[in-house]
Design a protein around this ligand. Sequence first.
Ligand SMILES: [Zn+2]
Length: 239
Amino acid sequence: MLEALELLLDLQKIDLELAELTADGELLPERIQELEEEKERTNAEVVEREAELESMRKSRLKLERDLEDEGVKLKALQEKQLVIKTNEEYAALSHEITFIRQEISKTEDEILEIMESEGRGAKELDEAKQRAASLVAETDARIAELNKEIERLNDAVAIKADERLRISTRIKQPMLARYDRILESKGDLAVAAVIDGTCQGCFITLPPQMVIEIKRADHYIECQSCGRILYWRLEREDG
Ligand SMILES: [Zn+2]
């Protein structure tokens, strides 16, 4: 086989490995982004529960102030009752006192209800915080692993790129340009084997005379159909 053709095949092997490394590497930043978003969602849940709890606390404080006001009102009415002169006034006052007592009882019930909700809310907040803490720890560990993997892939790409440079400097510029152009247009292989008279790039059957020339391998031949550089291979290799 022509030496330059062998170099092209070496180059192609490296390009395939580079393509695989790049494909592996492309998925990782996206995965990291997903994990970051998961963390944000979990933390947002904690913030939301904290806000709910705070709003319940504020409602309770308002009710407690209402209760105080109602107590003051009741006390004033009871004092007034002591100095009342007529039965009509007394009856009207009793009516007012009954009403304010109902109000107080209602406010007390509401406060109790809110306190129960606050208890539940605090418990749920605690649970949410624990969940968030363990998820964030897990996620951070996973992100660190993925970042290491990205580093590893980048190192591997750098090594392969070095190898590629070493080989490509040994290939004549027009041939290298041809290779690069075919690779760019095909996206997979620029050099294709000929097996059983067929181009393994596009699977067209080649003219017998052409196959003989390829087998002789004393000059470059491109596939008439797909344009790939052809080389002779007796049989299929495994893998
Ligand atoms: Zn072809």
